[in-house]
Design a protein around this ligand. Structure first.
Ligand SMILES: [Zn+2]
Length: 364
């Protein structure tokens, strides 16, 4: 039995902006925060509940009882009005999570919006100062243990450094404008983590870090993005903001095990961990290796790059095989099953279809 007030709230769902979750954009919200005045999906409603009722009061749209004043508040506010208030000053470099994104990105987005009100009070945005320093847990290069390491980010110098011993020189100095950061890749098995990839002496080096506190890791992540944007704006003054934002950081398009054989027919297939990072396909001995064993640049299909099912006659076929052709070499690969193979072919094809942009050479 649906009473008049519930009907009133259901009617409000039809208004523009109210048909998707106010925080992640998922379709068909089933919950509402009746003090903030917004409609939410189940996942975001759970995060709101976690902030406490002094911040957000949650009700189910259909299953809970609505009082007149609560319906009135929902009518007065709604998702669009709330967005104008709570997202007024979201910087373009901030990664706004969407439906299905990482837990910590979504939780921090919601806490930053309503609990800390960072986007209506920009002086609270720790990630926008162009400088950050503190300890992150970093995985050892050769061993799987994580150690506390001091990290330092400087927009003025375009550097991200880390120290094993603060009194000595930094262990690594990375150019922020050239690094990529992949947020919380599944293989790390840590919720508040990221992988930094940078070029060292012409080859890629990976660094794996995490922090117990999600706010710390998300602030670091967005601080790196904001520093990158400001540096890219200097390097490419005529590029549009949207183009540059697209270059900030990219989670890996795909990762997983494949078998790869060498160029000679007698070469054996070896199991390798493949990572597709924008236009770069890397293969590693282990998922958390510090260096790839090889890196393949993926250009445009008009320039001699292609990928197709199977291997040429004369090449050993291990099953679920496919061939990646580049102008300099053909790579013979084998997946674990046909589903995996099809996913790899589709994600690589999507890259080969993209035109190569001038910024592709300067960003990993
Ligand atoms: Zn949501």
């Amino acid at each position: 039995m649906v009473d008049a007030n519930t009907r009133g709230v259901l009617e409000l769902l039809k208004r523009s902006g109210n048909d998707t979750c106010a925080d992640c954009g998922a379709k068909g919200p089933e919950w509402a925060s009746y003090n903030i005045g917004i409609f939410l999906c189940t996942r975001c409603a759970g995060i709101h509940r976690g902030m406490g009722t002094h911040i957000s009061k949650i009700k189910h749209i259909r299953l809970d009882r609505w009082e007149d004043s609560q319906v009135q508040r929902m009518r007065e506010i709604g998702n669009l009005v709330a967005k104008a208030k709570y997202e007024k000053r979201v910087p373009p470099c901030y990664r706004i999570p969407t439906d299905g994104d990482h837990d910590s990105l979504l939780e921090e987005w919601i806490c930053a919006k309503y609990l800390r009100e960072e986007f209506s009070r920009p002086e609270r945005q720790a990630f926008m100062t162009g400088h950050m320093e503190g300890f992150l847990m970093k995985r050892g290069k050769e061993d799987p243990k994580y150690y506390p390491r001091k990290f330092m980010l400087s927009e003025v110098d375009d550097t991200l450094k880390y120290y094993v011993d603060e009194k000595k020189d930094p262990k690594a100095v990375m150019k922020v404008s050239e690094i990529n950061v992949s947020f919380s890749p599944v293989k790390m098995e840590k919720k508040n983590s990221f992988q930094i990839s940078y070029l060292k002496d012409g080859t890629t080096r990976h660094i794996y870090v995490y922090h117990d506190d999600p706010q710390t890791i998300v602030n670091w992540y967005n601080a790196i993005r904001c520093t990158k944007l400001h540096r890219l704006q200097i390097a490419f003054p005529t590029a549009s903001q949207a183009e540059l934002v697209n270059l900030l950081t990219k989670d890996f398009a795909h990762e997983g095990w494949l078998w790869k054989t060498g160029p000679r027919p007698t070469d054996a297939y070896k199991k390798r961990w493949f990572t597709l990072d924008r236009r770069k396909l890397m293969y590693h001995e282990e998922p958390l290796s510090a260096h790839p064993k090889g890196e393949i640049f993926l250009g445009n299909m008009m320039d001699g790059y292609s990928i197709r099912v199977g291997v040429p006659t004369g090449v050993r076929d291990q099953g679920f095989s496919f061939t990646l052709r580049t102008p300099s070499r053909w790579y013979y690969l084998s997946a674990e099953n046909s589903f995996d193979r099809d996913v790899w072919i589709s994600v690589v094809t999507a890259v080969l279809e993209q035109p190569v942009s001038p910024q592709d050479n300067t960003s990993i």
